[in-house]
Design a binder for this molecule. Sequence first.
Ligand code: G3H
Ligand code: 13P
Ligand code: ZN
Length: 309
Amino acid sequence: MPLVNTKEMFRKAYEGGYAIGAFNVNNMEIIQGITEGAKMENAPVILQVSAGARKYAKHVYLMKMIEAALADTDLPIAVHLDHGPDFETCKSCIDGGFTSVMIDGSHYSFEENIALTKKVVDYAHDRGVTVEAELGRLAGVEDDVKVSAEDSSYTRPDEVEEFATRTGCDSLAIAIGTSHGAFKFTGEPHLRFDILEEVQKRLPGFPIVLHGASSVIPEYVDMINQFGGSMPGAQGVPENMLRQAAGMAVCKINIDSDLRLAFTALIRKHLVEHPDHFDPRQYLGDARTALRDMVRHKIVHVLGCNGKA
Ligand code: G3H
Ligand code: 13P
Ligand code: ZN
């Protein structure tokens, strides 16, 4: 099967009360771990590539490896640009074979965000590519940009209908209290489900996206701390909250930090336990297996998209 855009995936996910996992990819082991996990659970999957990932691994390498994963698994796979910063980056990804892009105009004014998103939508839709936009601003770190809690802002439900209608975007990322990275809450985790409910009421049937949705699984944070790392205070979104969101209008849940933590924890553990090892296949193999199992866990226990390929 060829790469797919997110249209059909989201339609089924909305109707079925589950969400699709959007996992960030940066290298071969990560692509293999995600797609092997998805294959084992027979789940559709979104592989998302940030501007930083494109810079690190190069577009052509990522694309060829994703094509290999597609041939190897025969799953519905969408290749998505994560946090597209401008029209040119979106265009370059669309021209280079991505099936979905995000244009992140969340830091612009409402009108500027609409104008930029609409420009990307017009280009993308002519080429069969779906577009995710963002309204409201998450805190946390993306690439080299750090958004402080004070500069973050919840999505305003009274803006979503006008935004979706005027831009023609296919899905909308909203800010309800999640944030990027491994340090999401200082006190009790809290998400604004009232905002999600209100957005869902105003945009019935419209796919919503949740960024910053790693749970920062304590097992891996502990492993990192046990094997020479230091991550005090790391905290993520509780899985029951994500499951609740997946049963509502949320059709895409973005997970990067949990993969990074599992991958890094196993590399640290391997190298500490085997100080004589220097074959990358040994420690990267352990890391890939942990990442695969993390993806399986998310698919079955958080997203509910197992068996939906
Ligand atoms: O939201 C950002 C993702 O975690 C990607 O991170 O920009 O460092 O690749 P990155
Ligand atoms: P996490 O940092 O919570 O994994 O979020 C990733 C994300 O939103 C990518 O766009
Ligand atoms: Zn994000």
